[in-house]
Design a protein around this ligand. Sequence first.
Ligand SMILES: [Zn+2]
Length: 230
Amino acid sequence: MRVWRNSNLAVHRFRGYGFSDDRSKDSNVYLIKAPAYRKAPSILIDPGMEWDGVEEIVAQQIISHILLTHGHIDHRQSFFDVARVTGSKCLIHPADFSLLPKSQRKKIDIQFFKEGFQIISSDIILRVLHTPGHTVGSVSFFDVLNRILFTGDLLVKYNNRVLPGPSHREESNHDDLVASLHRILHLVDEYRWGTDSVTVFPGHGGHFTLKQAQLNLETPAIPISPALYE
Ligand SMILES: [Zn+2]
């Protein structure tokens, strides 16, 4: 389903599935397209958990890159199937490589990106921001030109509430998460345009503006109760 567009780009969001019975908490699969060029390659972010969820997308698109925001299973289980079928470039931060199943790591050519790396495909330019906390190798992707930001599970939206991603798991670090959130909330301070013109696409739930994230999260206490994410 297309959820956002401007004259340059369109963002489509698909169900990535997950562990909760509540389907509104499923992970998000994003496809970024340059609509001006019908056959231009697209970028797929977090192919999700189920091959069924992405099979149709993959069949209809040329996908130049598959990017993982982090290595959790609900975001990447279908990664290997999609990579095999599309032949796309596959990238993850090296610090999350160990979260991929050992049996599959060598089956496809996985490349690494780090802070500042740029992913370029037709008219799409995404800058990699290393935003650890939820996992050590969590990243966000920022398209400065089009003012769109993909945060993975650094930010989620459950029941219409913008929340920081969970940081209570073994591979998480809450202090890093707080620092990454601070960075993201102030990402455009150096620009003249306001945070209400930046659209954030989270790892779970619908999109929102960076201003909404600031209003929800810029309080001294950042919620960490695991119950919030059940
Ligand atoms: Zn996650």
